[in-house]
Design a protein. Structure first.
Lengths: 409, 292
């Protein structure tokens, strides 16, 4: 036997048992390649592998726009990762059948409701997500408005936009509706103020008809604000992420409906406009009290088909633990779902205002609970309404038809 | 008589040689096709158990407004076919006639054909968006800007124009190759007999080019039906409304984003049946030309 052959056999004898013992957990997400989040992923990996010798954690980043297509295919063939990152709302709950319930692990976490299906918590939220209006104080001043007194009622918001229209320099709101996300965000901010808790519950169950007066008002207001010149022309050809937000950051629009976590949020805008030039307020609505639309942002779930499901659940615990969530919050500016997280390292006047809003009245994100087909149709109708290529009556009739179809399936 | 020449051994050898190709075809084409067809009779959501729902998906397809819109869009796109043939033919004729810089134009026309549709889409996103360079040019000469991609009236035409820009160079090359086969002596003779340019074009050039025209028509049709996905994805995402949604984009949407692989399979099956008709016509044209 040659030296090489003996060496190979020797290696195999040594490596064989090691390979058999080594366990690997695979995590899918769309974040782990982001340098801003690198410390969080490194910390979670180190903490988990130290507590579970012999186990290796692999984070696999998938492209965000193809994420659910890839995940659906993987879960459908009963393979897929051990742990996966999911968005709250319909994206998580529509996959409940493939996920392991994590009911006894949700203590101290906000936003669990958006990851709950049939009474089971199916993921542990890492962040909370919501919509606020960010505004450019310098542009308010230039239009003769008080930069420290953002609008609090619908009439005040209307006069703010009237001022920007009269001035004619920049549009009142940045708007990107190429994918229909502009319509989504608008629906959620108005519904937060206008829907009663019963209507919110009906919306989540897919039972709220589009003939409902509140939904009609929202759709009418979408058209009216467009006709009143609140938005720049060409909104249907502009991507919300990030073309719309880039126009806001370049100072080419006075207001934008932005996020609380991930991207297009206070931290990103402050970096461009400066902490003192950025302001934030809750979007008012006709005939409603401003409420913060907020829900579970993103969270980790365990594949029910995983051979190491229990170990994977342990990993999810580590991924959403206060120590790790704090790193994620401080590095990315996301608002943590874990109430025990110390966010004192984050400080900004805008964040202080947002944290104050979280203590006030809140409401769920109405668009996120729509059935996928209903949401897709709203994307289409919101574009046609913006172009004046359909009427409010036709759009509402079409939406109601699709809602009933989705409900009967 | 010929049968006896090929013995059993040769037959076995022939079958053996064919086997890998036939196997690949079976595994990667036929089986997925049947699998997709079976899927179209289920309510598969890509997760867990899928139940047999009979023809429900097909009934859904027939009444689906989005699918009907996508078929109308397909017809509109195919209606532009004459432009796809006449424009490259005209340019090829000019180059063939020996306009100054013909070689340069030949290279320039072909250049976009090597770019991927995503890159072409990104370039034209900058050109065609409302605050893009085309509108800036329009404003500079005193015309009002147009929302090329965000308006239901112009979005599909814009996509077709971009696709035309990026692929017509290939047709120019095919026409040039065809033009080089024209009998020069016949052209000279016609010239001596006093035939003018248009007469020569009508009675000699175009009849000689007929198989080439048909070939370009076939290849372009296939390109229009299968090659627009990248542009739609990058430039309009199917909107506004459904004005740029073609069937292949709708299938992708239903399958991935809307979690309805069963329904997407039913749309695919309907599309497959429609395309089979087009393919049949194409095969007839091609086989007729093969005899020329």
């Amino acid at each position: 036997m040659g030296r090489i052959a003996r060496w190979l056999i020797g290696t195999a004898l040594v490596a064989g048992p090691t390979l058999a013992q080594a366990q690997e957990l695979t995590v899918w997400d769309w974040k782990s390649g982001d340098p801003v989040a690198a410390n969080y992923f490194a910390a979670a990996k180190t903490a988990f592998e130290a507590a579970h010798p012999g186990v290796t954690v692999n984070f696999v980043m998938q492209p965000h726009d193809q994420y659910y297509t890839l995940l659906g295919t993987a879960l459908g063939s009963e393979s897929g990762p051990d742990v996966m990152l999911l968005h709250g709302g319909a994206q998580a709950t529509s996959r409940a059948a493939a996920l392991k319930p994590l009911n006894d692990m949700t203590e101290g976490l906000a936003g669990v409701a958006d990851f709950t299906a049939d009474g089971n918590a199916i993921a542990l939220p890492l962040t909370i997500q919501g919509f606020v209006v960010y505004y450019n104080k310098a542009l308010y001043e230039a239009a003769g408005l008080d930069p420290d007194a953002p609008p609090r009622t619908w009439d005040e918001l209307k006069s703010v936009c009237e001022a920007f229209k009269t001035q004619g320099e920049v549009p009142c709101f940045a708007m990107g509706n190429k994918e229909g996300f502009g319509g989504d965000f608008f629906l959620s901010v108005l519904a937060a103020d206008m829907f009663t808790p019963e209507q919110q519950a009906q919306m989540a169950a897919g039972d709220l008809p589009w003939t409902d007066p509140a939904l009609r008002t929202i759709v009418e207001t979408w058209v009216q604000t467009s006709q009143d010149g609140w938005y720049p022309e060409g909104a249907n050809a502009m991507a919300k992420f990030m073309d719309e937000y880039e126009t806001f950051m370049r100072g080419e629009a006075a207001n934008t409906i932005g996020l609380l976590s991930d991207v297009a949020h206070w931290k990103q805008f402050e970096e461009f406009l400066g902490p003192d030039a950025l302001g934030v307020y809750l979007h008012p609505a006709p005939g409603g009290e401003p409420r913060l639309p907020v829900s579970g942002g993103i969270g980790y779930a365990v594949n029910a088909n995983s051979a190491n499901a229990d170990l994977a659940a342990e990993l999810v615990k580590v991924l959403s633990a206060p120590e790790q969530a704090a790193i994620f919050a401080v590095d990315t500016g996301a608002l943590p779902a874990n109430t025990a997280v110390d966010t004192s390292a984050l400080s900004s006047p805008t964040l202080t205002t947002i944290l104050g809003m979280l203590d006030g009245p809140t409401a769920p994100l109405a668009h996120a609970v729509m059935a996928p087909t209903v949401m897709e149709e709203w994307h289409r109708q919101s574009q046609l309404l913006l172009n004046g290529e359909t009427t409010v009556d036709d759009a509402l009739a079409r939406m109601e038809e699709i809602r009933q179809q989705a409900k009967s399936n | 008589m010929a049968r006896r020449v090929i013995g059993q051994a040769e037959r076995r050898f022939a079958a053996l040689v064919l086997l890998p190709a036939a196997g690949l075809l079976l595994v990667f084409r036929i089986v997925p096709l049947i699998w997709g067809f079976v899927l179209s009779f289920t309510n598969s959501d890509g997760l867990g158990q899928a139940d047999w729902v009979g023809l429900a998906n097909y009934r859904g397809v027939v009444t689906d407004q989005a699918f009907r819109d996508s078929l109308v869009n397909t017809v509109l796109v195919l209606a532009t076919l004459p432009i796809w043939i006449l424009l490259p033919m005209l340019l090829a004729l000019l180059i063939h006639q020996g306009v100054p810089g013909g070689r340069f134009f030949r290279a320039v026309y072909f250049l976009p054909a090597v770019l991927s549709s995503v890159i072409v889409g990104s370039i034209f996103n900058v050109v065609l968006r409302f605050d893009g360079s085309l509108n800036a040019a329009l404003k500079a000469i005193g015309l009002s800007p147009v929302d090329w991609l965000g308006n239901g009236g112009t979005a599909l035409a814009s996509l077709v124009a971009v696709h035309l820009w990026s692929t017509f160079g290939m047709s120019v090359l095919i026409f040039l190759a065809g033009l080089s086969t024209i009998n020069q002596e016949m052209l000279e003779a016609a010239k001596l007999d006093g035939a003018k340019f248009w007469a020569r074009l009508r009675f000699i050039v175009i009849p000689t080019l007929r198989p080439i025209i048909e070939f370009v028509a076939v290849v372009t049709t296939i390109g229009l039906l299968t090659g627009m996905f990248g542009l739609i994805y990058v430039l309009t995402a199917g909107g506004p409304g459904t004005s740029t949604t073609l069937p292949e984009f709708l299938i992708w949407l239903e399958q991935g984003k809307l979690n309805r692989p069963g329904y997407a399979a039913a749309i695919s099956a309907v599309l497959f049946a429609l395309m089979a008709g087009v393919a049949w016509a194409q095969v007839r044209i091609m086989s007729r030309n093969a005899e020329l």
